[in-house]
Design a protein around this ligand. Structure first.
Ligand SMILES: [Fe+2]
Ligand SMILES: [Fe+2]
Length: 290
């Protein structure tokens, strides 16, 4: 048995689907001259260009909230402009910096829930069912899982997906504590009820935003991760009284590759100047130096 055969978990022929994830874009209205820590709009422009040039082609772009800085009309206008060249379906969910009704209006083709919350369910490439759950609590920074959303999500999860389709959940607020205390203190109301719905649900992955740094956890036995922001990041502070500190860490986006029932996630940085180089030992792997 070759190494390739030994490490192939699924038979050849399963569908392969690529989903890029951008998060916490915090787009501003360029007419406002709003002072910023990093160039937010320019960073999304780089991310869009990067996603468009990925090989293999990305099937869909998931945006896990905080699309704009303050949920203003001019900021959604700027977002429209920045996405104008994107040929890939864009799947946004609201964050606490957004206006959920504006997002619904800007992306009318998404199958929005017939409810107050701006949630949707989309199956990408007839293979990856993404449940985009609106976790926002309008007027608050923290999250809310109310009875309406509990009924909506339970109803979706009660329907068995078609054979070969895997289900993932996307929401802005992570359904776990990061232990960066100033980020956690905004809270997640009724989190225990969400976790109860997720138990045994068959969801394979959970993708979030909000924390502005890459963080991984496990929720109801499901791997959960926060994607990089395209803008600034939160400085790591795990001490009890960690102060609010932001950092210009490498920003970027995630590429989630789904292969049959499996998946793997990678990070693409957009604000580095480092160029890849070829090590000498590449020749030992049969690579020429072209
Ligand atoms: Fe954010
Ligand atoms: Fe947020």
């Amino acid at each position: 048995m070759t190494v390739e055969e030994a490490t192939t978990l699924v038979p050849v022929g399963h569908p392969v689907t690529f989903v890029a994830q951008v998060s916490d874009l915090h787009i501003i209205d360029p007419h406002d001259n709003e002072p910023l820590f990093v160039p937010n709009n320019e960073r999304l422009s780089k991310a869009v260009a990067g996603i468009a040039s990925e090989d293999p082609t990305i099937h869909a772009v998931l945006a896990t909230g905080d699309l704009t800085n303050w949920g203003r009309v001019g900021q959604y206008d700027a977002l429209d402009d920045l996405l104008a060249t994107l040929q890939t379906p864009f799947l946004p969910i609201p964050g606490n910096h957004d206006d959920r009704d504006s997002i619904r209006a800007r992306f009318p083709d998404l199958p929005w829930a017939d409810a107050a919350h701006a949630s949707w369910e989309v199956t990408v490439n007839n293979h990856v069912r993404i449940i985009g759950l609106d976790s926002t609590n309008p007027g608050e920074s923290g999250a809310l899982f109310d009875s309406e959303r509990e009924a909506w999500l339970s109803d979706i999860l009660a329907r068995t997906p078609a054979a070969g389709v895997q289900t993932v959940l996307a929401l802005h607020h992570p359904p776990f504590l990061s232990e960066i205390h100033w980020m956690d203190r905004t809270g997640f109301l009724n989190l225990h009820r969400l976790v109860a719905v997720l138990e045994g649900s068959g969801i394979s992955r959970i993708f979030c935003g909000h924390l502005h740094r890459p963080v991984q956890s496990v929720v109801a036995g499901i791997p959960a991760q926060v994607g990089l922001s395209t803008v600034w990041h939160v400085a790591l502070g795990l001490e009890d009284k960690a102060k609010i500190r932001l950092i210009n860490d490498p920003a970027g986006y995630q590429i989630h590759r789904f292969d049959g029932p499996n998946s793997v996630s990678h990070t693409r940085y957009i604000n580095t100047t480092e160029e890849p180089f070829r090590p000498d030992w590449a020749a030992e792997y049969g690579e020429d130096d072209g």
